[in-house]
Design a protein around this ligand. Structure first.
Ligand code: SF4
Ligand code: SF4
Length: 442
């Protein structure tokens, strides 16, 4: 694609990067066919190609964002399906990240939208605040239908509906510390305990620590680690995202210097995509560029790490059919497609892949709160495709997808690592007894 940026504009490294990306696009439109919002809404401006044109026009003309571009960029899930499809290697992720930051800097959103976004950024990345907010949500749930009837308050209604009825107790695993390996030590990793996940489903980190230490891996939870920054990054809150990235780079750099790390293990693929991008996000910061690139180079999804280990024979025979849902951040963001399925098969599960597995479930960070209508349409489509597999449960590797799919599916939704932990000698995860009863009744 030809561009007409001036030399003065290109002096801004963010604009220069976006120009490099724009030049790669050959307008072929292949990406439209696999874009969930285009498939759902049928509007070219809600396709990757349409958004690329809108972003190009905004940046080239040095214009502040307007209502039209904000509407179409807000509808983008950042699922990155377009990047998997694109034959020209267009890095849509970096382009839309730049556009979102530009929107945040130049566009004044309506009051209710600003308030909800500020509240999400204030609450979600902080486990204590999130836990307190979930308790309040319990009190507010009876008003969800009322809020749903007021357009500006629909996100609040979605938030209340998505909040779980009960909140698990905080896990000691989420605290900084060291978990010793069993038997001969085979490696040393840091575990990102995460923000929302550690509150909603602390059992995921517990299963990870049990499984890894049983395999001879020392697991450290680094002092000072925090939310990865993905939630605010996707809202265009660039300074907050970079601050989160620096905090984690510092925490893991100390862990590297204190004893070396073979990997930084991530159990929520949404976080993994962002941490693997820290090197790019902090490339212009001389104090952090090298350290951030090192952290990104060590980041591994837990299944990616496990697949490279020499695993023993499973301790139990699960004898269950699982529908594997690949999160967008897993398959498109990190290009991890084989390993989770192969690990499940090796552990004794029968694995089925739902139709349209490339399409997003509609979770996408805060998307299911901020864009509830499109999100629900995508969720229902996903749940229907999962049900058609005839599986007894759903396995996936991202807390956002777990919450989203579980809000409508009749099947239990379990994190892949919890199933692997069970197969290799850990406790049976919640949801499995129900799946076993379902399988027995067939
Ligand atoms: S990231 Fe997903 S929703 Fe956004 S343009 Fe690409 S395919 Fe469409
Ligand atoms: S597939 Fe790639 S090159 Fe083709 S229009 Fe989409 S982004 Fe541009």
């Amino acid at each position: 694609m030809q561009t007409t940026f001036t030399p003065a504009q290109l002096a801004d490294p963010h604009v220069a990067e976006s120009e490099r990306i724009l030049r790669k696009c050959v307008h072929c439109g292949f990406c439209t066919a696999t874009c969930p919002t285009y498939v759902t809404l049928g509007n070219e401006l809600d396709s990757p190609r349409g958004r690329i044109y809108l972003i190009k026009d905004m940046l080239e003309n040095g214009r502040p964002a307007d209502k039209e571009i904000v509407t179409h960029i807000d509808r983008c899930l950042s699922c990155l399906s377009c990047m998997t499809t694109c034959p020209s290697g267009v890095n849509y992720m970096h382009l839309v990240d730049h556009a979102r930051a530009h929107i945040e800097q130049t566009y004044r959103r309506p009051f209710a939208d600003r308030l909800i976004r500020a509240m999400l950024a204030f609450v979600l990345p902080y486990p204590r605040r999130f836990r307190a907010a979930l308790r309040l949500a319990g009190l507010g749930r009876p008003f969800a239908s009322l809020f749903a009837g007021v357009p500006a308050l629909k996100p609040l209604a979605s938030m209340l509906r998505l909040a779980p009825a009960s909140i698990p107790a905080a896990s000691p695993v989420s605290k900084p510390g060291r978990h010793a390996p069993r038997g001969e030590k085979r490696g040393r990793v840091a575990l990102l305990t995460g923000c929302a996940q550690s509150v909603l489903a602390p059992g995921i980190n517990e299963a990870t620590v049990r499984l890894l230490t049983r395999l001879g891996i020392e697991v450290v939870v680094a002092e000072g680690e925090a939310c990865c920054g993905a939630l605010v990054h996707h809202m265009g809150k660039e300074e907050a995202a970079l601050a989160a990235a620096r905090t984690n780079v510092d925490a893991w750099t100390r862990a590297i210097e204190a004893g070396g790390l073979d990997a930084i293990i991530i159990t929520a693929s949404g976080c993994g995509t962002t941490i693997k991008d820290y090197g790019f996000m902090l490339r212009l910061d001389p104090a952090y560029a090298d350290k951030a690139a090192r952290v990104s180079g060590l980041a591994r999804d837990v299944t990616e790490y496990l697949a490279a280990l020499d695993l023993p024979e499973p301790a139990v025979k699960p004898d269950l059919t699982v529908a594997y849902h690949s999160a967008c951040s897993m398959q498109h963001g990190q290009k991890i497609t084989r390993q989770p399925k192969e690990l499940l098969v090796r552990a004794g599960f029968s694995v089925k892949e739902p139709r349209e597995s490339h399409l997003c479930c509609g979770s996408a960070g805060t998307y299911n709160i901020l864009q509830p209508e499109i999100s629900e349409r995508l969720r229902d489509r996903k749940v229907k495709n999962i049900a058609a597999t005839g599986a007894a449960l759903v396995a996936t590797g991202n807390i956002g997808c777990i919450t989203q799919i579980a809000s409508a599916a009749k099947l239990p939704v379990v994190h892949t690592v919890a199933l692997l932990d069970w197969a290799y000698g850990g406790p049976k995860p919640p949801g499995v007894p129900e799946a076993q009863a379902r399988a027995a009744a067939l």
